[in-house]
Design a protein around this ligand. Structure first.
Ligand code: PLP
Length: 294
């Protein structure tokens, strides 16, 4: 990963209004050490994050990403982020992005153990080349997430709807998918419903109707999926959040993995069985997703 820029934020209270936050933002060496030894993000994965796409210097969907950061903070009992301060920081970092695609990560941790305040920082790096996934598509392996559809409501302490830094399970799922000969994984509940991929939302097409699993099912509400649904509705398509049986993944007319940096990657095979890919339509979706979006 080619790191381009890093900024540490000195978080101010969520209700503190300022016209200028620049004295709370500190540039650091993107290749140097940044965290204290007792940092709980490193020790326990105790924190939250967001990954934004930055296209030709434009940070995509800042508002929806900051809204989800605030939602994750609430679920994790972290102090509410000051969204004006975070927006100022995101805009500062975006100025460092060049042409082409970059990835910006916003990180907020519980801070140093027994320390006084959360730790907040932002990194900017070159985005990986996602062209192959966007055009040729991805093969997926369906993996049992190990819990039933009603678990997020019964056990909110599992933080299933929060974008926490504890992604070891998600990374393990991708390794397992690769062991099974696939490019990526799609999680299903133990009672057979579709959830999400380890780092992406799943959207299915049935005729002129686009469907994605309900975010209440303990999955992340994807900013890319939200933006794409608004775009599709504008083009006259129907969109819906539903409880989706896992078998619909192979019954759909088309399906995609969607996330902020990869954008729309058509699913071309499920558990080794080929499924249809609409290349021309996918190109249109990615053209929209690459356009400046707020
Ligand atoms: N679901 C999970 C588990 C993710 O990690 C991500 C993104 O990284 C998404 C869904 C898609 O979210 P977004 O479109 O906001 O990137």
């Amino acid at each position: 990963m080619a790191w381009r820029f890093a900024l540490v934020i000195d978080p101010v209270a969520s209700d503190e209004e300022r016209t200028d936050y620049s004295d709370t933002l500190r540039e650091i060496d993107p290749h140097g050490p940044a965290l204290a030894v007792g940092e709980l993000s490193a020790q326990r994965g105790d924190g939250i994050f967001e990954s934004l796409g930055v296209v030709d210097g434009h940070a995509q969907e800042i508002g929806p990403h900051l809204a989800r950061l605030a939602h994750s903070a609430e679920l994790c009992d972290l102090p509410a982020p000051n969204l004006a301060q975070w927006r100022a920081a995101v805009e500062r970092v975006a100025r460092e992005a060049g042409r082409g695609e970059n990835v910006m990560k916003l990180l907020l941790s519980r801070g140093v153990e027994h320390g006084p305040a959360p730790t907040a920082w932002i990194t900017l790096a070159d985005a990986p080349d996602n062209t192959h996934g966007r055009t040729a598509g991805v093969s997926v392996a369906t993996l049992d997430r190990g819990y039933a559809l009603d678990v997020p409501a019964r056990a909110p302490w599992l933080l299933l709807g929060a974008k926490t830094l504890s992604y070891a399970v998600n990374m393990a799922a991708i390794r397992e998918a690769k062991r099974r000969g696939a490019d990526d994984a799609v999680f299903v509940t133990s009672d057979g419903y579709l959830l999400e991929a380890p780092t992406a939302s799943v959207v299915l097409r049935f005729g002129d109707r686009f469907v994605t699993p309900e975010p209440q099912a303990g999955i992340l509400h994807g900013t890319t999926q939200l933006s794409l649904f608004a775009h599709l509705e504008g083009r006259g398509f129907d969109t819906a959040y539903e409880t989706v049986p896992a078998g619909d993944l192979t019954r759909a007319d088309a399906a995609w993995l969607l996330s902020s940096v990869r954008l729309a990657a058509p699913i071309r095979a499920v558990d080794g069985a080929e499924v249809p890919v609409d290349r021309a339509f996918t190109d249109e979706l990615n053209a929209y997703l690459l356009s400046p979006r707020d």
